[in-house]
Ligand binder design. Structure first.
Ligand code: UD1
Ligand code: MG
Length: 462
């Protein structure tokens, strides 16, 4: 992409159809906000200078965008033409260059289409090149109107269209390339004389043509890229299409999916060949999974790194790392910064947070390990707890290699158990246990002979 190219993302609309208190463009497709899909496409196309028009819930959106985009607030939502007027001073910086305008509610728009449209825009010497597509159901979209000879003449919005125009299946994606100078000239000429009393950016086509400029409609090779989500129904449709695309992609890459029920694979996920996904598996964010794993059933991984040969059954994991050959589940919760070493086993109802667990360690049942450094080949009995929180501060528990933590031990942090150290079942360990030592911290048992016969504690005892 040339240096004097920039992009403007239109994202101020409240998306009335969404009925949401959040910015409409933050509605999610495959658990990723639509605006992030659009930003990725723009960045992947090689465009570095991006300005987003915010409006409805503008602060939330600006905070979300962070350093990825400049923002300009559109105080009154008077239409897409008015939205672009707000970024005049941004556009001034790119005089002599070209600008991509793209809607924030078209998440499947991709960098390939953006680039191809740009090439056509330059080749034809157009003042504006609109990205269009022929879709099955054009309802709601602006229609691409062509003369008898096929020449692009204008865009007519759905609500301004008569029956004949509504029959047209070629629609405007909302994405278009403009020569910056032509766009700056035309912005002030757009009026709001239409069914919605809005300033339509799409009127630029008609005005530029009337002024002797060239306008083109570039039909996208893949018609899905133009689809928008103006309401939750369209959002479900986009999710369905995007989900099927990801499934198809990974099946062709050698991932085994015997039944796709409830399987969602986010767009930024990677999966190695011969890994098997079972029903109810949701892979989100920047999750990366190695080869030859079995993931699921009913497993949700968010921003989680998984090595090769890992087994995860009914696991919820967020911002964790699981190394090769680990066998985890059923019913395990890995929370941020859990780092689970190779060939470990975590079993029923185990929760791990901000903890490293060394190679070969087993934590099989009903245990919480938080803020701990656990060595290699450690064995946790059933029902152990690292007591990491004083109510005010968090402290770490350190456990050496080959240690044995007896059933129902509480390790009150800060505390250490040395290499080969033992804790007796039922102990509340408050002092360090040296290497090779046994720590016992519980009352000695006393048997009171004949107590039941004397006390008669059961109902009906005489
Ligand atoms: C728009 C196009 C239509 C196209 C469709 C593609 C216009 C007039 N119409 O229609 O031709 O087929 O997109 O999806 O451009 N926005 C603002 N400020 C505003 C109004 C809208 O920033 O004042 C933003 C919205 O947040 C949205 C985008 O612009 O991301 C498009 O607006 P929307 O209201 O969704 O337009 P559509 O009716 O979908
Ligand atoms: Mg829209």
């Amino acid at each position: 992409m040339q240096n004097n190219c920039c992009a403007v993302i239109l994202a101020a609309g409240e998306g009335r159809g969404m009925k949401s208190a959040r910015p409409a463009v933050m509605a999610e497709v495959l658990f990723k906000p639509m605006i992030d899909w659009v930003l990725d496409a723009v960045e992947d196309a090689g465009i570095r200078d991006i300005c987003t028009v915010t409006g409805h819930c503008g602060e939330t959106l600006s905070a979300h965008l962070g350093a990825r985009s400049e923002t300009v607030l559109q105080r009154e939502l008077l239409g897409t033409g008015h939205a672009v007027l707000q970024v005049r001073s941004f556009l001034e910086r790119f005089r002599g260059g070209d600008v991509l305008i793209v809607n924030g509610d078209t998440p499947l728009m991709d960098s390939k289409t953006i680039r191809a449209a740009f090439e056509e825009h330059k080749r034809a010497g157009n003042a504006i090149t609109v990205i269009s597509a022929c879709v099955e159901d054009p309802a709601g979209y602006g229609r691409i109107v062509r003369a008898a000879d096929g020449a692009f003449t204008r865009i007519i919005e759905n609500c301004d269209a008569n029956e004949t125009i509504r029959q047209i299946h070629e629609i405007n994606s909302g994405a278009c390339w403009f020569q910056c100078d032509r766009l700056l000239e035309v912005l002030g000429l757009i009026t709001n004389e239409n069914a919605r009393d809005e300033y339509y950016l799409t009127d630029a086509v008609r005005i530029l043509l009337a002024n002797g400029q060239r306008a083109g409609a570039f039909a996208a090779a893949d018609p899905d890229v133009v689809l928008a989500a103006n309401d939750r129904l369209q959002l479900l449709d986009l999710n369905t299409r995007a989900r099927q695309r990801m499934l198809t992609h990974w099946l062709l890459e050698g991932v085994d999916i015997p039944c796709a029920d409830g399987i969602f694979i986010g767009p930024d996920v990677t999966i190695g060949a011969d890994t098997r996904l079972l029903p109810g598996t949701i892979l989100r964010g920047k999750t990366a999974i190695g080869e030859d794993c079995v993931i699921g059933p009913n497993t949700q991984l968010i921003d989680t790194l998984v090595g090769d040969g890992v087994k995860l059954d009914n696991v919820l994991s967020e911002q964790a790392e699981i190394q090769d050959g680990a066998d985890i589940g059923p019913f395990v919760h890995l929370r941020p910064n859990a780092k689970i070493g190779p060939h470990t086993h975590l079993g029923n109802f185990v929760e791990v947070k901000n903890t490293q667990i060394g190679e070969g360690t087993k934590v099989s049942h009903l245990t919480y390990v938080g803020d701990a450094d656990v060595g290699k080949n450690v064995n946790f009995g059933c029902g152990c707890v690292t007591v990491n929180y004083t109510g005010k501060e968090k402290h770490r528990t350190v456990i050496g290699d080959h240690a044995f933590i007896g059933c129902n031990s509480n390790l009150v942090a800060p505390v250490k158990v040395g290499d080969y150290g033992y804790t007796a079942a039922g102990s509340t360990i408050t002092d360090n246990v040296p290497a090779n030592a046994l720590g016992i911290a519980r009352a000695r048992q006393v048997n009171k002979e004949g107590w039941v016969l004397r006390k008669k504690p059961y109902k009906g005892m005489k």
